[in-house]
Design a protein around this ligand. Structure first.
Ligand SMILES: Cc1cc2nc3c(=O)[nH]c(=O)nc-3n(C[C@H](O)[C@H](O)[C@H](O)COP(=O)(O)OP(=O)(O)OC[C@H]3O[C@@H](n4cnc5c(N)ncnc54)[C@H](O)[C@@H]3O)c2cc1C
Length: 410
């Protein structure tokens, strides 16, 4: 039996502590907040999309190749079914939405129920939980970490597992400082980087706040006429400062990288048809339905609230019928639908990301037990690793699986 300290009472730390205690070790869980699982409680808008359905191979396919390779052993050791079985034994049932996302079933807003289930598990396994315990430093150096500094006290242990999360939503306790300490100890790391975050725009349009564009594709290019860098199919939602919604979140990391490289420009295609195909469609409509208002036709693709101001800014008369649509007007309409300009982004905020990209280099960690290479007793897991999956329950599953691997110790 060994002494183990787990730092961080989020998804990864809870599972790591529970697993190590179940294996008979003496485990202390340190959490900076006054309660456990603060970020878990706000995940999925309080509903907690705790994992994604499907075989491990499919889940891994959602991650970048190097991340998938790293995750494979820990996901196989503790996958989405293992997670749901564990929770079911605690009385927490789950259901799968059509899009494969898995949520707790029993209570509305049940992210809290997930935390309560894990809290019960760790306490029953005999883990000593210390809340309000913010670790202020690491004691020791490669290959051995002796312990940690907490409130001026030196806490020593034979094994230390760092599960301190990322650097977004710092108000939930994740300030990202542990990554700097590890770097100072010679551990290879990638700096924190924004991901799955809303995108502020240079030209924010508060009048559009609350309007959604659906069923199309958000596109990132080097300029209005420039090369396409990336695209994501999905909805966007205008906010006061810019855009959010699935496509904005998924593209945000690429947008910030392009912006830092000096060229990022966004547009939204409200149809997946090409401009040429849409031009043919509108010409057919001109023949079949000449008295249809251009604004009514446009509303098939764009929300009503946007159509009038957009047509006005494109110089189209309000009551223009399709029969009177000249070629330049037709081109203007097609352009609004196939490439609505959103313009240049502003810096994507790290703090508002559902995850933070960056973290401990995956190459520096043994993917079976999360032991840092060159160290004999220091493990890292969860978002502190350089792992970031898409929206859909993948990030929590990665935290649970890597936490389980870290807690397995040997
Ligand atoms: C708004 C929001 C919604 C999300 N929704 C989903 C979702 O529905 N599905 C999904 O899969 N993912 C979602 N995520 C991502 C997911 O929550 C994270 O990937 C996951 O919580 C990471 O788990 P973790 O255990 O690594 O870190 P965390 O859960 O962040 O836990 C880390 C813990 O470490 C503690 N800590 C940090 N530093 C110290 C220190 N120095 N000393 C002591 N304690 C410390 C923190 O207080 C924190 O409690 C969401 C994230 C956000 C912000």
């Amino acid at each position: 039996m060994a002494t183990v300290i787990v730092v961080g009472g989020g998804a990864a730390g809870l599972v790591a502590a529970w697993r190590a205690a179940c294996l008979g070790h003496r485990v202390t869980l340190l959490e900076a907040n006054g309660r456990l699982g603060v970020k878990l409680r706000i995940s999925g808008g309080g509903k907690c999309n705790l994992t994604h359905a499907g075989p491990p191979k499919e889940l891994l396919g959602a991650f970048a190749k190097d991340q998938a390779r790293f995750l494979r052993p820990s996901l196989h050791a503790f996958d989405n079914e293992d997670l749901q079985d564990l929770l079911r034994r605690e009385g927490l049932h789950t259901y799968v939405r059509d899009n494969g996302r898995v949520f707790p079933l029993d209570r509305p807003g049940s992210a809290g129920a997930v935390v309560e289930a894990f809290e019960a598990l760790v306490r029953r396994a005999g883990v000593e939980v210390r809340l309000g315990a913010r670790v202020a430093g690491l004691l020791g150096r490669s290959p051995h970490l002796e312990g940690l500094l907490v409130d001026g006290e030196r806490l020593l242990a034979e094994h230390i597992i760092l599960a301190t999360g990322g650097a977004s939503y710092p108000e939930t306790g994740t300030r990202g400082e542990v990554l700097g300490w590890l770097k100072g100890l010679g551990v290879p790391v990638q700096p924190w980087f924004p991901a799955l975050a809303p995108i502020p725009l240079q030209q924010a349009r508060p009048a559009r706040e609350g309007v959604a564009l659906r069923g199309g594709s958000l596109r990132l290019s080097v300029g209005p006429e420039g090369r396409r860098l990336a695209a994501f199919e999905g909805d966007i939602l205008f906010t006061r400062a810019g855009i959010t919604g699935p496509a904005a979140l998924e593209l945000s990391q690429a947008v910030e990288r392009a912006r830092r490289e000096g060229a990022a420009w966004l547009s939204y295609a409200s149809t997946l048809e090409s401009p040429e195909a849409l031009d043919a469609t509108i010409q057919a409509e001109q023949r079949d339905n000449p008295r249809l208002l251009a604004s009514t036709w446009t509303q098939r693709y764009l929300p009503e609230r946007l159509v009038e101001p957009l047509l006005t800014s494109a110089g189209l008369p309000k009551d223009l019928m399709l029969k009177d649509l000249t070629k330049p007007y037709r081109r203007a309409l097609v352009a609004l639908v196939t490439a609505l300009p959103l313009g240049e982004p502003q810096p994507v905020p790290l703090a508002r990301g559902e995850v933070a990209a960056g973290g401990v280099d995956l190459g520096a960690v043994d993917p079976h037990r999360m032991l840092l290479r060159g160290w004999e007793n220091l493990r890292v897991c969860g978002e502190l690793l350089n792992l970031d999956g898409p929206v859909g329950g993948y990030n929590l599953q990665a935290a649970f699986s890597t936490g389980y691997a870290a807690g397995s110790l040997i």
